[in-house]
Write a protein that binds this ligand. Structure first.
Ligand SMILES: [Ca+2]
Length: 207
């Protein structure tokens, strides 16, 4: 009679027979779970150590890659992605006030003639200024104002170099983009004769 009741009600947890069986059942499961937990902990620890080793390798690789870039930088010079010394601005077509003016100490110890095209003037490694421009139907013009003989060296959104010496008169430079592209313009204001000079960069859409 008792055997039949047990066999007939195996899923009823309130049945005294099942409650009585529970400790045996738990006893057989607990060591297994403890063992699985330990194994899992060991596996996790092992995986963690492997991950740390991988990260260390990657860190070493990244540091090595960075060292190569640092070594390459002086030879390339004028790397347009470097942070501009005198700041950056985002301008959209029709911006005000126009002209947008930036005061700076122009020039540097690098001869701009090393760049492609007819660039000239002493410049720095990092750009002097960076303009991110959202183009419309207007031209985009960069020009310098200085008592010194200044030049302009610009790396456009197309990656090309645009240079000028005296187009704005009195030794000042001007580069005009009739149909400017949207994107980043990295600008160096060069100096002829001296290594550095006080200068103002003007960004304007007025021809
Ligand atoms: Ca000039």
């Amino acid at each position: 009679m008792a055997k039949r009741r047990l066999a007939a009600t195996p899923v009823n947890m309130d049945t005294p027979h099942i409650r009585g069986a529970a400790p045996t059942c738990l006893f057989s499961i607990q060591p297994y779970q403890a063992s699985t937990g330990l194994d899992r902990a060991r596996r996790l620890d092992s995986a963690y150590r492997a991950l740390m080793r991988t990260l260390d390798m990657k860190k070493t690789f990244v540091l090595a890659a960075a060292a190569v870039v640092l070594m390459a930088a002086p030879a390339m010079a004028q790397t347009a992605h470097r942070t501009a010394t005198f700041g950056e601005v985002s301008l959209s077509a029709g911006f005000t006030p126009d002209p947008y003016r930036v005061s700076m100490t122009a020039g540097g110890s690098i001869n701009g003639a090393r760049l492609p095209g007819s660039c000239m003037g002493n410049i720095s490694d990092a750009p002097d200024f960076e303009v991110t421009y959202d183009a419309g139907g207007l031209p985009l013009v960069f020009r310098t104002l200085s008592s010194a003989d200044t030049t302009l060296i610009i790396n456009g959104p197309d990656g090309r170099w645009y240079c000028d010496d005296d187009s704005y008169g009195d030794g000042d430079a001007m580069v005009r983009f009739s149909r400017p592209q949207s994107g980043t313009y990295d600008i160096w204001v060069g100096v002829l004769g001296d290594s550095t000079a006080s200068a103002t960069l003007e960004v304007t859409e007025t021809p």
